[in-house]
Design a protein around this ligand. Structure first.
Ligand code: ZN
Length: 286
């Protein structure tokens, strides 16, 4: 799933390649992808893209005073096309969900792999009209988001640190992969309750969060859209690396599985050498 660093890199890419260009047509190909109907998608035809922004994991393409908000969800992606194929795309087959054709013959496709369709596109007058955008917490890389602002967010938080970091309404843009990376950098158990964090640990977590995300954005900087996914994978130290050696201490990276996801961590770096209980595994052993 694209998270803050990948969406930010896509934003930069589109800022360079899309701003100033005229939209010929925006075509929904998968019926479920478009979540709004007023204004219609055809309102974009003939408009010029004026800006590309980001809200958490949402891309915000501004054209003709309207905002095309794109949430790529778990398996969605944006593919830039220097030359779009002529002829209309065929609905119902393949991963193509929506196509934006520019008057110059180039454009981009929004695609989604797999059978679970979660990619969401909204066309609105104001980004805050999209509930998922309206409830976003602060951006962790925003200039004014300092350690005190982070500590204030965590005050009264009753969840474990992994769940809190992934909550978009608490803090925007961090998902399953970067929360694993941040906690590894902070040498902290994903299951540690936020209310048990001391002042020093809040500082450590804040620095790990800013450092990990800024580093990932920096790595992705200037990469074409097509290369971002590979770059994300190569930059991750623990996430998706079950069974591999920890790049810091050499211990074996372990995982905890849930019904629809899993987390990865290093026992030596994060949990005092003790493996965390894996509920799926314990169920199997009963
Ligand atoms: Zn380690």
């Amino acid at each position: 799933m694209p998270e803050l660093p990948e969406v930010e890199a896509l934003r930069e890419f589109l800022d360079e390649n899309l701003v100033g260009k005229e939209i010929a047509r925006a075509l929904p190909v998968a019926i479920s992808v478009l979540k709004t109907y007023d204004p219609p998608l055809s309102a974009l035809d003939g408009t010029t893209v004026t800006a590309v922004g980001r809200h958490g994991k949402f891309l915000d393409i501004e054209a003709g005073g309207l905002h095309l908000l794109v949430h790529l969800a778990r398996a969605g992606w944006l593919q830039w096309r220097d030359v779009l194929p002529s002829g209309p795309p065929r609905p119902g087959k393949g991963p193509l969900a929506l196509r934006v054709a520019l008057t110059g013959g180039d454009g981009f496709d929004l695609t989604e792999a797999g059978t679970t369709k979660r990619l969401a596109v909204h066309l609105v007058h104001d980004p805050a009209d999209v509930p998922g955008v309206a409830r976003l917490g602060p951006d962790p890389l925003a200039d004014g988001f300092d350690r005190e602002a982070f500590a204030a967010l965590l005050a009264g938080e009753r969840r474990q640190v992994k769940g809190a970091l992934r909550d978009q309404s608490l803090i925007a843009g961090i998902g399953n992969a970067y929360s694993d990376e941040i906690l590894h950098a902070a040498r902290m158990s994903p299951f540690k309750p936020v209310r048990n964090l001391g002042d020093d640990e809040v500082t450590t977590l804040y620095e790990a969060m800013r450092g990990t995300l800024a580093e990932a954005v920096e790595r992705s900087h200037g990469l074409a859209a097509g290369r971002l996914k590979a770059e994300k994978k190569s930059g991750l130290r623990v996430h998706g690396r079950t069974g591999e050696p920890c790049p810091v201490c050499g211990d074996t990276i372990r995982e905890v599985s849930f019904s629809d996801s899993s987390l990865q961590y290093c026992p030596t770096c994060q949990t005092g050498g003790k493996p965390l209980a894996d509920r799926r595994l314990s169920r199997l052993l009963k």
